[in-house]
Design a protein. Sequence first.
Length: 345
Amino acid sequence: MQKSFVALLALALAVISGPLSAAGKTVLAPPMVTIPGGEFAMGSTADPVNADYPTSVPVHKVRIKTFRLAKYETTILQFRQFVEATGYQMGSECWKLAFNEWGMDYGNLSWNSPTIARSDYQPVMCVSWKDAQAYLEWLSRETGRHYRLPSEAEWEYAARAGSNSRYPFGDNPADLCQYANTFDRSGNTAISKLTGKSREANGCDDHAGLTSVVGMYQPNAFGLYDMLGNAGELVEDCQHLNYDNAPTDGRAWTDNCKAFHGGAMAIHRGGNYNNGPVGASPTIRGHTGMDNRSSVGEGFRIAENVMAGAAAGAGEPATDFEAGLAREQAAERTRQGGQPSAAPH
């Protein structure tokens, strides 16, 4: 009887807090949102075109199946569990902002360096596409679920959240600071100190110079936070320079990949804290090497296939992760000395 009670208690705790790892610690699985399936026109004819850089044409219709996507970008706290549990070797070099001709260089910096990891609830950066895959394999094994990166089509569909405007909230870049951490007045001040370079910034102020704690700004219509700005988000697809012959069923495009300078490339989406209004568009495409690590705005968000019978748009109950996040968001607002226009969770 006593053993049965203990087993039931353990099960209840797992439901409330999340599954336990082999080491007996609660695994910080991401709060997920179910994204209802549908059809949308992927791409844009208004985005810049560069022969060596992924473009967003031709515009084409894509059918997306219902799937699940994390409410927030993967955080330093979540990634630390993986590194500590597995002893995964991340190395100690990463692209970073620098006071030189290019404004950046490749040097001594890691995912948990204090200069880019000021809070455990910021998006993890200095992680490559391959690092993200290793994390997802571990998280899937520990939780018994099948986590993955979203396809590029799934990502854009989720970021747009049913909108056809320049941004999910409308066409005015001055409104970006309510929804995203991008290159604005605070960003220009912080980044110019690190690089010695100043450029035109969006005229609004999101109160964050570099990355911010996740979930600080208003979510999109699907309830997803930071789909634009903060950290760019890796997707499952390899690089293709345009959408000619792209899949129309929402799956990841992983064949006939286009190399860059002889190396395999992955796609990332969503812009970052160092991008202005153009780069923060949900249709703009970025690229990075599969092994490339960067603190200049590259992280990732987790997806998974939907379970049969899940309600469209349904989320999950609040978790220990979100309780800690709420406390850190309050501390972040105090540090920023201002209140971004974030909606209550």
